[in-house]
Ligand binder design. Structure first.
Ligand SMILES: [Zn+2]
Length: 146
């Protein structure tokens, strides 16, 4: 795949710009951008397969691989039984500890929605504060948060 690379520092500056112009509406825009990317990733990975034929461990491994290759994350662990996704090295994090990975939330939401074949929200409850820290997302039923 060819694409456009944006340095994490630039991504954070662009994010600040959007927040200055759009205020909280920016978060919904980032999330929806992420969903577009997530559906595209799903189609590139699994379009020709039925959901039942994609084991959870394969889904998680391929999701981690593609998000790593696109520079979104360094590592991902997910467990549908606990409805928890842990991400290390999110390029989108502002390192403030406040949930700020709205685009990644959208990407994960789209992918998990497709895998579970139902509307969900991958809601970030904790964001990394440093390079060794982690972001934690919980998989929730459909909400009107965005
Ligand atoms: Zn985060």
């Amino acid at each position: 795949m060819t694409g456009i690379l944006i340095a994490p520092e630039d991504l954070r500056e662009i994010k600040k710009l959007y927040e200055e112009v759009l205020s909280n509406a920016a978060y919904g825009m980032f999330f929806r951008e992420g969903k577009i990317i997530g559906y595209s990733i799903w189609n590139s990975l699994f379009r020709k397969r039925t959901v039942e034929d994609i084991p959870e461990n394969e889904f998680i491994a391929k999701t981690e691989e593609v998000l790593q290759s696109r520079g979104f994350i360094k590592r991902l662990e997910a467990d549908f039984k606990t409805s928890k996704i842990v991400v290390h090295g999110s390029a989108e994090s502002t390192l403030s500890g406040e949930p700020s990975c709205h685009r990644l939330s959208g990407v994960l939401t789209a992918l998990v929605e497709k895998k579970l074949n139902k509307k969900v929200l991958c809601h970030e409850i904790k964001c990394m504060t440093g390079n060794d820290d982690e972001c934690i997302f919980v998989i929730m039923g459909e909400t009107t948060l965005y």
